[in-house]
Design a binder for this molecule. Structure first.
Ligand SMILES: [Zn+2]
Length: 131
């Protein structure tokens, strides 16, 4: 059992952040689903507020592919947020799933649904890339 973790007050704060983030993500997903349903001719759905790195996308990606790309990313994010919320409720939030250390709050502020500390995260990424 961890002896020193986030206080209940901090946990409640992150719960609020995660719920807001989830609602925002859900809105993006709904928006994309709507556009996809209406078909590609209608471009009225606004994704302009969503910044996307050209480097991730390639140059010839059309709008529809871009939406699928964002949709998949957002769906993945919702899963991460949901499991972070579960960790808040069972009080394991903020603890690295690999080494068991406490994830620094400056990292949680940037990625509130982080599951690993920075060291484990970079090891994980190296492993994934190797596969
Ligand atoms: Zn770790």
């Amino acid at each position: 059992m961890p002896t020193k973790g986030l206080s209940n007050e901090r946990l409640e704060n992150y719960e609020k952040i995660l719920i807001e983030e989830k609602e925002q993500t859900q809105r993006i997903i709904n928006n994309i689903n709507d556009i996809q349903r209406r078909g590609n001719k209608d471009q009225s759905g606004d994704l302009s507020s969503y910044s996307i790195h050209q480097a991730d996308m390639g140059t010839d990606t059309d709008e529809s592919e871009k939406r699928v790309y964002i949709l998949n990313k957002e769906l993945e994010k919702i899963k991460e947020i949901n499991s972070a919320l579960r960790r808040i409720y069972d009080k394991s939030y903020g603890i690295c799933e690999i080494c068991g250390c406490y994830i620094p709050e400056n990292r949680l502020k940037i990625v509130p649904y982080a599951r690993f500390c920075i060291e484990c995260k970079s090891k994980e990424e190296k492993n994934t890339r190797r596969k």
